[in-house]
Design a protein around this ligand. Structure first.
Ligand SMILES: NC(=O)c1ccc[n+]([C@@H]2O[C@H](COP(=O)([O-])OP(=O)(O)OC[C@H]3O[C@@H](n4cnc5c(N)ncnc54)[C@H](O)[C@@H]3O)[C@@H](O)[C@H]2O)c1
Ligand SMILES: O=C(O)CC[C@@H](O)C(=O)O
Length: 526
């Protein structure tokens, strides 16, 4: 039974699929104190949040069973992603579900700002009839500057164009072609700042975007500019904004998000030119149902070991590529595990080479799975989410290579492991009708199914060696299911690969090592 803890208000309709799932227990507890959250998360297999719950490294450490963290929304700045990745916990979000709602809220803030609607409302309901104080401006023919032309920025630009605004957009990933397609003018950040009558930000909050709109930016804006932030508090430097309003540079500001939330009585609220809402961009029935449905479905897939998308801490894999790579995934992990068990010494480097048809594909997901197989021999709690992170943390160099030439096989995966005392290379292939096979161990050709209990014996090629090994296994009641022998030269170095029916006892390993033609014996369990 999977336990899913939900700590922010989510649409029940959205999480219906979780509530109805027979293999899921849903615990909904909102407004938890940090201490209560640390207690509740201990037994959770998945944690679902919106933007209020702070999923800190401490919370993640307390969540010993956590496999997934689901964010019912876009921004994941309330989740310690590196801490989750380090623990191998997948973080998924719902990037599309609240796009329209937030674009509409931003546009509502734009119009409210232009026409002083909140101020007019407050004055009128207080019994005033002040028709001179709230004179506003038209949006028609004005310039809207958008910083961040992603999902929300793009939807907002459509609405601005419908009001005959000129739209300037700055986004490092915006192409001229796309700008023309959606009817905006691609601009630099400086041009947006200097030429816009209204400036709105729609970027994530990152170290690059924190205080992107700062004092220097305000000084370069048009007099009477109006600014909007429905993205994340902190993209606009609030102190610099207050100063720009005081100096008369900024005619108005509309804020849905704040550097600290809730903001309490924020100094900016003392300015009549400032209008504010409590992070309502995504607060519509439609958005909340969308994001809850999306993220609940993703979490369910993760808990059930099914394919999922929208992982924030994993590269997204196109469905077509997922289908291509799926047959190789099990083999990749087995090969990685075999290679690390066959290696001797402290792991230093892992080099993965793909040849044949595999060399033509994006094989990074397979490299992740191989790395999981390799590291699982040395570390517990390794999965393909944290494998690269754990390798890097331990100074293990990981290299991926593509080799176009074929070796008689339609594709090959070769894993070379270098340790502080030596190296070994294992090559595998997926044979039609036979499944995964190890076809080379170092320079020896073999045909080994990477499964069950294996014995890898490195020995000197000598008459009777095989017989003596067989006798010792028999003496220890270990039956041989299959056996492969490979050698370089007659009388030279050679290997035996034995597939045996049960785990190899330590006493058997010691007995084999007594034979003077034996160099090394390794038990490998897959
Ligand atoms: N107020 C709300 O309730 C609410 C709701 C949804 C999203 N948001 C916030 O809005 C943000 C944008 O959401 P989205 O769905 O459009 O995200 P998105 O990822 O689709 O778009 C973000 C865009 O910002 C651009 N960008 C990144 N760094 C930049 C920089 N330094 N300068 C200019 N552009 C930069 C990216 O290239 C991308 O195109 C989210 O990160 C989230 O924080 C707020
Ligand atoms: O959940 C919310 O209400 C806000 C979500 C929003 O900030 C987001 O980043 O998606």
């Amino acid at each position: 039974m999977h336990r899913v803890l939900i700590t922010d208000p989510l649409s029940n309709h959205g999480i219906e699929q979780l509530l109805q799932a027979e293999d899921v227990e849903v615990i909904q507890k909102t407004d938890l104190t940090p201490e209560q959250l640390l207690e509740e998360v201990k037994e959770a297999d998945a944690l679902l949040v919106r933007s209020q719950t702070q999923v800190t490294a401490e919370v993640i450490a307390a969540g010993k069973r956590l496999q997934a963290i689901g964010r019912a929304g876009v921004g994941v700045d309330n989740i310690d992603i590196p801490a989750a990745t380090s623990r191998g916990i997948v973080v998924v979000n719902a990037p599309d579900g609240n796009t329209v709602s937030t674009a509409e809220h931003t546009f509502a803030m734009l119009i409210s700002l232009a026409r002083n609607i909140p101020q007019g409302y407050r004055s009128t309901v207080q019994g005033e009839w002040n028709r001179k104080q709230f004179v506003g401006v038209e949006l028609n023919k004005k310039t809207l500057g958008i910083v961040g032309l992603g999902r929300i920025g793009t939807e907002l630009s459509k609405r601005a164009r419908a009001f005959h605004m000129k739209v300037l957009a700055f986004d490092p990933y915006l192409t001229q072609e796309r700008a023309q397609k959606i009817g905006v003018t691609q601009a630099t950040l400086d041009e947006v700042i200097a030429q816009s009558d209204f400036i709105t930000v729609h970027t994530p909050l990152t170290k690059e975007t924190r205080h992107l709109i700062n004092r220097d930016a305000f000084n370069r804006m048009k007099d009477g500019v109006r600014v909007i932030n429905c993205a994340r508090g902190g993209i606009i430097d609030e102190e610099a904004l207050a100063e720009a309003i005081r100096k008369g540079k900024v005619a108005g500001a509309a804020l849905d998000v704040f550097e600290t939330e809730p903001p309490g009585h924020h100094p900016l609220f003392d300015f009549p030119q400032v209008i504010a809402t409590p992070h309502l961009g995504a607060s519509t029935r439609e958005a909340q149902e969308n994001v809850a449905i999306d993220v609940a479905g993703e979490v369910l897939h993760i808990l059930r070991g099914e394919p999922f998308k929208n992982a924030v801490n994993l590269p997204s894999i196109p469905a077509e590529l997922q289908e291509k790579l799926r047959p190789y995934q099990t083999m990749a992990e087995k090969l990685g595990s075999f290679a690390s068990q066959a290696a001797e010494g402290a792991l230093q480097e892992v080099t993965v080479s793909f040849s044949g048809e595999l060399a033509e594909w994006d094989t990074a997901p397979l490299t992740r799975i191989i790395l999981k197989g390799v590291l699982s021999h040395y570390l517990s709690d390794v999965n393909y989410v944290n494998a690269p992170h754990l390798a890097k943390e331990r100074g293990v160099k990981v290299t991926e290579q593509k080799i176009s030439k074929r070796h008689g096989f339609t594709h090959l995966i070769r894993i070379h492991i270098a340790t502080d005392t030596g190296e070994i290379a294992i090559t595998g292939a997926l044979l039609n009708g036979l499944g995964p096979r190890i076809v080379r161990i170092d320079e020896y050709s073999v045909d080994v199914e990477p499964a069950g209990h294996q014995l890898l014996i490195q020995h000197h090629d000598r008459p009777g060696a095989i017989g003596r090994v067989g006798t010792i296994l028999g003496d220890h009641d270990v039956n041989i299911a299959a056996m492969q022998v490979g050698r370089r030269d007659i009388g030279g170095r050679a290997i035996m690969m034995l597939h045996v029916d049960k785990a190899v006892p330590e006493a058997l390993l010691e007995a084999l090592e007594q034979l003077d033609e034996i160099h090394r014996v390794t038990a490998i369990d897959l």
